[in-house]
Design a protein. Structure first.
Length: 290
């Protein structure tokens, strides 16, 4: 299990502080690149912080360890969230985020396992990431390995037929070592998911497909911890956590606004967003360290 530099698991306050720092890095990367997907990155980043700092067995000094847990960002356009968390976890310097989408660097707009340390799978085409995660989990089971596989999907991504083919396969092979998350923020690039192509009720659908269904507040670390613990204790079927989240979480003018699905803030918007995020970070640090 992962530890902090003090040899202890991160507590809730430390996770909240880390997530606040990750949000600042997300904004840095997207603003500098003048492109990217801030909305969904901000809605899923808390879960990624919980995974990499308090759940998954990974080692920044040995990123290709064959016994490590795997993570697949199936909604690959939200790479700013993954890159920011990997940087804070120590896989590469946080300064590298400034090179997001730059031709001078290795951080493309979607996760790239060849060039970005800590990325387990190159993703981008929606629906394919969860399929890969199923393959990883099945390989572990066939080879008698103990590592677990985690995947993050978007609620808009659930409209892809390939997702449900993967869901069927995971149930068939009883992949209790697979935990998927669906970032249910209710918005996608063209508007509300319920208007574009309704996928509700996701809980009933996953249950009908043979999965263990859990729910969590995607911005509450205690809620996330409870869901992940319940999933780990169930070994005879795959689990999914349906995350209740807010697109653009943490930046007031981005929250619940589909227009921020794939748009970079201009200089004035960036300064406003950073001021909000820094104020929140200072509040969290004041309560914890103060």
């Amino acid at each position: 299990m992962l530890t902090t530099d003090r040899g202890e698991l991160m507590n809730t306050s430390e996770l909240e502080i880390t997530a606040a720092k990750a949000r600042l890095l997300i904004l840095d990367g997207v603003h500098t690149a003048k492109s990217g997907h801030p909305g969904g990155s901000l809605s899923c980043v808390d879960t990624l912080v919980k995974l990499y700092f308090d759940e998954m067995n990974v080692d920044p000094d040995d990123p290709q360890c064959p016994d490590r847990d795997r993570f697949v960002l199936s909604k690959g356009h939200c790479s700013p969230a993954l890159y920011s968390v990997l940087a804070l976890r120590g896989f590469f310097p946080t300064e590298d985020i400034k090179l997001f989408r730059s031709i001078k660097a290795h951080m493309s707009g979607h996760p790239d396992m060849r060039n970005v340390k800590g990325v387990d799978m190159s993703t981008g085409s929606l629906g394919q990431g969860i399929s890969t995660a199923v393959g990883m989990a099945l390989a572990a089971k066939v080879n008698g390995k103990d590592y677990r596989t985690y995947a993050m999907l978007g609620d808009g991504e659930m409209e892809e037929g390939q997702v449900w083919e993967a869901v069927m396969a995971a149930a068939k092979y009883k992949l209790g070592n697979l935990l998927a998350f669906v970032d249910v923020n209710g918005l996608q690039i063209d508007g509300r998911t319920d208007d574009v192509m309704p996928t509700s009720p996701l809980d009933a659908k996953f249950s009908a497909f043979g999965w263990n269904v859990l729910k969590a507040d995607g911005h509450d670390f205690d809620s996330l911890k409870s869901a992940m613990k319940a999933a780990r204790e169930l070994t005879d079927k795959p689990s999914v956590v349906l995350l209740s989240t807010v697109k653009g979480r943490g930046v007031s003018f981005m929250e619940n606004n589909a227009g921020w699905h794939g748009k970079a803030p201009d200089d004035e918007q960036y300064e406003t967003a950073v001021a909000e995020l820094k104020a929140h970070l200072a509040e969290l640090e004041g309560k914890y360290y103060g």
